[in-house]
Structure formats: structure tokens, C-alpha cells
Ligand binder design. Structure first.
Ligand code: ZN
Length: 135
């Protein structure tokens, strides 16, 4: 098993403050971390849900992928992130299997992770993130 678990679900929201309260009530758990990722033009808020997490994402600029997603589809499920031990070998493995990446070079994501995204056109419309804990 290369994709070891669902690390988190990414959910696009319009207003982080409002959605933080909603998800705290839904999950019965407080947000444990908030982080702005300037390079991605997003503010994030994280919740623990057992072994996995929920990541709320709010755009900080109209150029953000989250702003464009909400314009097109509205708020809701944005991506599924899988935990991997070695992101570089997973990129090689999945490229060899014919999967297409949005970015092939891992970049710094929220929550101390290296991340890459697969293009939804190669994954039945699902935006998939691979993430590896940074050492
Ligand atoms: Zn994510």
C-alpha cells in the first residue's frame, strides 16, 4: 500500500471564521491549527478526526485556486490528501502508471508537508493530493 491513509479532506469555504464554528460543532472538536499559505493564496484551519484531518481552505485572493473552485462549483469537497512515505518515489510510480500531475515538483504545503496534486482529469474528476511529512 503506497497511499497509506487519508491524511485529510480539503474543503473549500467562503468564510473561514464561520466555517470553523460550523465544523467545530459538526466534528465535536476544536480547530487545532490555523495557517496561511501565502504561495497558494489560502488560509487554512485544521481539525482532527481520528487518524485523519479536515482542512478548511479559504481564498485570500481572487487568483487562488480555491476562489476559482468556489466560483465554479460553490463551497464543498475540494480534494482528498493521501499520506505517503516518499513523495518522490510515488510521483515516479504514478507517472509511470500514466497519471498526470498539476505540479511534478513537491512544494511546501500547510501543516509541515511536502505536497503535489494529481490532475483531476486522470483521477475520475477527483483532485488528489499526496503529502509527506517534512523532516
Ligand atoms: Zn490539502
Amino acid at each position: 500500500m503506497n497511499l497509506r491513509k487519508i491524511e485529510h479532506l480539503g474543503i473549500a469555504v467562503k468564510d473561514l471564521e464561520t466555517s470553523k464554528k460550523l465544523f467545530a460543532a459538526l466534528l465535536g472538536a476544536a480547530c487545532y491549527k490555523e495557517e496561511e499559505v501565502a504561495s497558494e493564496h489560502v488560509k487554512t484551519a485544521f481539525f482532527h478526526t481520528g487518524e485523519s484531518k479536515v482542512e478548511l481552505l479559504q481564498a485570500t485572493s481572487p487568483d487562488s485556486a480555491i476562489a476559482k473552485f468556489i466560483d465554479k462549483k460553490g463551497e464543498g469537497m475540494h480534494h482528498v490528501a493521501f499520506d505517503v512515505a516518499d513523495i518522490y518515489s510515488e510521483i515516479d510510480r504514478l507517472k509511470a502508471a500514466g497519471f498526470v500531475f498539476i505540479n511534478e515538483t513537491p512544494k511546501a504545503g500547510a501543516d509541515n508537508k511536502l505536497i503535489v496534486f494529481l490532475h483531476p482529469k486522470s483521477t475520475n474528476g477527483l483532485l488528489v493530493e499526496l503529502c509527506q511529512e517534512r523532516k
